[in-house]
Design a protein around this ligand. Structure first.
Ligand code: SF4
Length: 656
């Protein structure tokens, strides 16, 4: 197709060098003085990588709008001084950078939060105070003042955060706005705050200073704005002085996946199209756009003028340059897992990326070329082995990668079979292409033996894991299956299936047995009831999830995706039994004890998802050999953890 992503975009007073925008992300480097060099390096790498325009994490215009007590605001000369380092670094590489202004409204995680009306958000323990008229007026002024200061700091514009259920969005929606003054009631009144903010900002900044407005096109909550209302909001905001619209999808409290890996790529392109149909200024498309192909498809169809990528630029800061130099197959693609980025931020940790542990750690974990090239053997071509081979070769070592299987990928091969995890295909393809580019010698079907020791300066064992076997007495020709043989399609399954274990793999097994692979956008929307009634399921199999521990299922899954996995299990009427002992399996079913009560669960198939053990047999003899290193699942098998595997691969390469 047509390559629109590299085309320049002429705005009123300025030009963007291409169509790629880095969407706003909170990295955890925004706060305090001590991380400013790290944040500068983070932005600089993305600007250097060719991105046309970056948008910073959200900064509040005032104290009460801060997301948390320690979150950053932007309104003083101290901020101007600090942020000049960022804007200069980006400009040096020909990029543009805009500051996001975010007033958290009732989502603010502190007792001084404010909202249009005093209604607590389901995701915050703090009931907000309804804003007085004077407080609203002051907030409008604060936005304008922050924008004015942002221009002084060298920013090319601001993004006014009007979506995801934050303050401005709360004013727009009748769900949260029950006011009966001029800021509530009619549509005109509900959007008055947004319009007044844009006008006040416009009046305080120069003509060429960009105002991006992130408008919530689909709230995905009851009593949100209707599509007709969104159209009128967009037109009014354009009149008030907005230069670019960014698309917002779903409030944070909405229980519909909008960015997780099971969201089909480009699922929300229709939202930006809706804006584009009514306004003249450029529109940015967002959410689950992670490859140049999807980006170009959206641009070519005229659904948007610009593409926002946030997480994909954590995964690969060089995204644009690689694309532009016809090296797209060397782009490290974001798999939408949230494990390194959002899940970290929710825990108050610095964001990084599962497939790129250097993201936001540019200064902490540099990989410098070696002055002493070594011969290194890597054993095992799963996530840990593939990534360490690439890092080691990148550093300048001569690397040989062996695996006893005839196929590379290890656990990646299982993960990519799970509906919603198809993007692991990209990761495996990326490593395969990188191995070739970096001249790594790959020998498949070759097992390690100790005679190899003498031929290498260093050996990295990345032999991974295998499933833990269940110790359940079986008779009548029955057998408990391991999850890997089920995923590989090697065994025949019945109609009534017990899944033992309720960790990540247990829930993956539910998805594998009940969800469609590579779901279409329309099926996705009807599953989750996006602007329609959710479609009820009729499964021809009954699934049971069993676990030994008491308590809720899936409570230790990732914060940003766990609720989706739990919801999918509910959609498929999976029966969950906690506090359960497993005894024997025969033609009548699985004998279990639940809370002291012995019973037979009438199932014909049992699948063990009860963890894994390290493949470390060959290692025992070498445990104190200084040239032998162990990483990934071979080192620790408590969970299948690609994030730790790739992180350890980077660190071992830095050491060797
Ligand atoms: Fe994407 Fe996962 Fe990296 Fe986040 S951690 S940027 S979701 S690959």
């Amino acid at each position: 197709g047509h390559r629109m992503l590299e085309q320049q975009l002429q705005l009123k007073h300025t030009q963007l060098r291409n169509r790629l925008v880095m969407g706003s992300m909170h990295t955890g480097l925004e706060e305090g003085w001590h991380n400013r060099k790290r944040l500068r390096a983070f932005y600089e790498a993305r600007a250097k990588g060719g991105t046309a325009m970056l948008i910073t994490g959200g900064y509040s215009p005032n104290l009460r709008g801060k997301l948390t007590p320690i979150s950053s605001s932007f309104n003083s000369y101290y901020d101007v001084f600090k942020h000049r380092a960022y804007t200069n670094a980006v400009h040096k590489h020909g990029g543009k950078i805009c500051l996001q202004l975010l007033h958290a409204g009732r989502y603010a995680y502190h007792p001084f939060n404010q909202a249009p009306s005093a209604i607590k958000a389901p995701i915050s323990p703090y009931k907000p105070k309804a804003m007085s008229l004077s407080s609203i007026k002051k907030t409008i002024k604060d936005f304008a003042h922050s924008a004015y200061m942002a221009e002084k700091a060298g920013y090319d514009g601001v993004e006014v955060m009007g979506s995801e259920g934050y303050l401005i969005n709360e004013f727009m929606a009748p769900h949260t706005n029950k006011r009966n003054d001029e800021f509530g009631g009619s549509l005109e009144n509900r959007m008055r705050l947004a319009v007044e903010i844009v006008k006040a900002v416009r009046a305080k900044v120069s003509e060429q200073f960009l105002i991006i407005f992130r408008l919530s096109v689909m709230d995905l909550i009851p009593n949100g704005s209707t599509p007709e209302e969104v159209t009128i909001q967009a037109l009014e905001l354009e009149k008030a002085g907005v230069d670019i619209f960014n698309t917002g999808i779903g409030w944070h409290e909405a229980r519909i996946p909008t960015i997780a890996s099971m969201v089909p790529p480009g699922a929300f392109k229709e939202a930006s199209k809706r804006l584009k149909d009514v306004i003249k200024v450029p529109v940015i498309a967002v959410n689950r756009i992670n490859t140049p192909e999807i980006a170009n498809e959206i641009l070519n169809a005229g659904d948007a003028d610009l593409i926002s990528m946030a997480r994909p630029l954590l995964a690969d800061p060089e995204f644009f340059n690689k694309y532009n130099n016809q090296l797209s197959k060397h782009i490290n693609i974001c798999i939408g897992c949230n494990q390194g980025c959002l899940d970290h931020v929710f825990k108050g940790k610095r964001a990084t990326c599962l497939v790129n542990p250097q993201a936001a750690f540019e200064l902490d974990y540099p990989l410098e070329k070696t002055t002493k090239a070594k011969k290194v053997l890597v054993v095992g071509a799963g996530p840990a082995g593939l990534s360490s081979s690439c890092y080691l070769a990148e550093k300048g070592h001569t690397v040989t990668l062996i695996d006893q299987k005839m196929q590379m990928g290890g656990q990646f091969n299982l993960a990519m079979q799970i509906p919603g995890k198809e993007d692991f295909n990209h990761t495996l393809a990326y490593y395969t292409n990188e191995l070739e580019r970096l001249n790594v010698t790959v020998e498949l079907g070759k097992a390690y033996d100790d005679s190899m020791l003498a031929h290498y300066d260093d050996i990295v064992f990345a032999t991974g894991v295998r499933p833990r076997e269940a110790s359940i007495e079986c008779s009548d020709g029955k057998r408990v299956f391991a999850y890997d043989e089920v995923i590989r399609g090697e065994v025949e399954l019945g109609k009534s299936i017990a899944i033992l274990g309720a960790g990540g793999i247990g829930f993956d097994m539910v998805a594998f047995l009940s969800e469609q692979k590579s779901q279409s956008i329309s099926d996705f929307k009807s599953q989750w009831g996006i602007e329609c009634e959710p479609k009820p399921y009729k499964d021809d199999r009954q699934l049971y999830m069993l676990k030994r521990s008491a308590g809720r299922f899936g409570s230790d899954l990732g914060k940003t995706t766990g609720w989706i996995h739990r919801q999918v299990a509910k959609q498929h009427s999976v029966k969950q039994i906690a506090d359960c002992q497993y005894h024997s399996f025969d033609k009548n079913g699985l004998t279990i004890t639940v809370a002291g009560d012995k019973q037979v669960l009438a199932v014909d198939t049992v699948i063990a998802c009860i963890g894994q053990v390290s493949n470390n047999e060959v290692l025992a003899k070498q445990s104190d050999n200084a040239k032998v290193h162990v990483i990934g699942g071979a080192k620790l098998a408590t969970a299948i953890d690609a994030k730790r595997a790739i992180y350890e691969a980077l660190q071992i390469a830095r050491e060797i």
